[in-house]
Each structure stands twice: as structure tokens, then as C-alpha cells.
Write a protein that binds this ligand. Structure first.
Ligand code: FES
Length: 295
């Protein structure tokens, strides 16, 4: 089992245990894989062909009598207690290993740029935020409230030459969808009635207007919306938790960026952002440009 498969199963386990996303054994017995894959698509994240095969092998490649115990095993799965002892300061580098320069990040770039930190497979956005004219906007420190329990924490604000660069976990705090389902909707995609593949619902635009911000992070899985200008605080549910922020440092003499820590709630699927996976090794982590979700 790959580490990605393991974490998919651990997310499945969390969804099955959650009373709001309860897995129905009765429906599973009646409808078999149709029900199982619909459940996983809606509550855990898209099941691609490779993972479908893996899950089929795990659940349907065994006798009927063993199905219940296989599902029980998934439900009972716990993320192992392994991880990092503390945050390591990591230089952000490109695919050639060269430091990425803060001033080269495009303002309001719709292309999803990601890097792993502090654990492998735990991906984070890096965003250079701007205004409606795509000029960089300084992101000040702000207090972030966690709607789930009313607690608050301090988001340290943006870094870089314009204090406009921020970084957040790219794993939705609702049920763990990841890019391209969750991504930045830059100002050019925030106008009402934009054609597909823009999927921003009117309530997200209304919430952004009320907050006075020109762009949002939105998860197309079930509609959670986050405010990237204020610590990825929650604008619309169903999420009840903000996206955790990676604390960045900018070296003005070299224009390099470093990941140095994390603030906010634990990354989705973890009880502690440092625990439950393998730390990224070394002293650097690679930033990869992924797809443009609007093309
Ligand atoms: S996973 Fe449900 S809104 Fe993101």
C-alpha cells in the first residue's frame, strides 16, 4: 500500500466515523460498489482509476463474509504516531533545486503552485495576492476565528517585497479535497455568471464582497470558501475550520523564501500537523506549478 493510499484510507476512516457523513452498511449491501464509490467521491475526494482499482481489490476481492471486517478495519484505521519532532526551516526551490525568488511570483496567478511541508504529501499553496488591477496587496497580520469552537489565533500576515505572499494548506478542512478542486479564484474569475469551469457560487461572491476582498480560495467539492487576505478564515461553509497557514520568512538580500512553521488548526486528517506522516527530508522543498483550473 502506498503512503498516498494509506492517507486516503485514513481520510475515509475519518469520514465513516463522522456522524454527518455516516457510511450506510445497509446501502452498501444493497448497492455494492456504486454506493461505495459515490460515498467516497462525495465525502472523501475524487476516486481516480488507480485508487478505484486499489479499493476494489481491498474490498471486493474478498469473500462476502469478509467485507464487513474490511470495512470495520477501514473505520478503525488510525494515523500512525510518526512525524517530525519540530518544524525545520526549509528553503523553497524550483524543479532545478534553485531558490525560488519572491519577486517572480505572478500576482493573482490562477495556476496552482504547491509544495510539501512539513510532512511529505501535505501540500500547501503559495499565493501572491493582489487587488482587482493585479497590483500586489500587503496582507497585514490578523486574528483568525475557528468557527468550530470559537478559538482564535494570530495569522502573521504576508511576506516578500510587497508583503503580499502567503501560504496555506491546500487540503480542504471540510473533507480533505485537494487541488485542482480547491484553488484560488483570482479577481478576474470573481465576476458573477462566469462560465464553467468557474464554479464559484453566488454566496461565495456575496461573502467576498461583504469581507471587502477581491479573491477567495474556494473548494469546488462542497462549496467551502476561505479568505486568503485574512489567514484563510472561513467565509462560507460547510467547513468549520480555516486553512492552516505556513509561516514564511523572506530574505530581502537574496529574495528567497523559507517555510519555518505553521499556525492555526492541524492540517486535515491530522491531530497534530507534525504527526502522522514522514517529514520532508533535507533543508529545501520544491515548488511545483500545476494546472490552471480555469482552462
Ligand atoms: S472537501 Fe468539502 S468543501 Fe472542500
Amino acid at each position: 500500500m502506498s503512503i498516498e493510499d494509506f492517507y486516503y484510507l485514513s481520510k475515509t476512516s475519518g469520514a465513516m466515523k463522522n456522524p454527518r457523513t455516516r457510511f450506510s452498511d445497509e446501502q452498501f449491501v444493497r448497492n455494492g460498489e456504486d454506493y461505495l464509490f459515490r460515498y467516497l467521491d462525495s465525502n472523501v475526494g475524487r476516486v481516480d482509476a488507480g485508487r478505484r482499482k486499489f479499493i476494489k481489490g481491498m474490498v471486493f476481492g474478498i469473500g462476502a463474509a469478509a467485507v464487513a471486517s474490511a470495512l470495520g478495519a477501514i473505520r478503525g484505521l488510525e494515523v500512525p504516531i510518526v512525524g517530525a519532532k519540530s518544524y525545520t526551516k526549509m528553503l523553497l526551490v524550483d524543479s532545478t533545486g534553485s531558490p525560488v525568488k519572491a519577486s517572480t511570483f505572478t500576482v493573482n496567478d490562477p495556476v496552482i503552485a504547491l509544495y510539501e511541508y512539513p510532512l511529505q504529501n501535505e501540500i500547501n499553496f503559495i499565493l501572491n495576492l493582489g487587488d482587482t488591477n493585479n497590483n500586489p496587496v500587503a496582507v497585514p497580520p490578523s486574528d483568525v476565528t475557528v468557527p468550530a469552537d470559537g478559538t482564535k489565533y494570530k495569522f502573521p500576515g504576508g511576506v516578500g517585497p510587497h508583503k503580499s505572499i502567503v501560504s496555506y494548506s491546500a487540503i480542504c478542512q471540510h473533507l480533505g479535497c485537494s487541488p485542482p478542486e480547491i484553488h484560488l479564484y483570482p479577481p478576474d474569475e470573481m465576476k458573477p455568471g462566469m462560465p464553467p469551469p468557474a464554479l464559484l457560487p453566488p454566496n461565495a461572491i456575496t461573502a467576498a464582497n461583504s469581507a471587502g476582498i477581491p479573491a477567495v480560495i474556494h473548494c469546488d467539492c462542497h462549496g467551502s470558501t476561505y479568505d486568503p487576505y485574512h489567514g484563510a478564515s472561513v467565509l462560507t461553509g460547510p467547513t468549520e475550520r480555516p486553512l492552516p497557514a505556513v509561516v514564511l520568512e523572506w530574505d530581502s538580500s537574496t529574495d528567497s523564501l523559507y517555510a519555518v512553521g505553521d499556525v492555526g488548526v492541524p492540517v486535515y486528517g491530522h491531530t497534530n500537523t507534525l504527526v502522522g506522516g514522514t517529514p520532508v527530508s533535507g533543508t529545501s522543498t520544491g515548488v511545483t506549478a500545476k494546472i490552471n483550473p480555469f482552462q
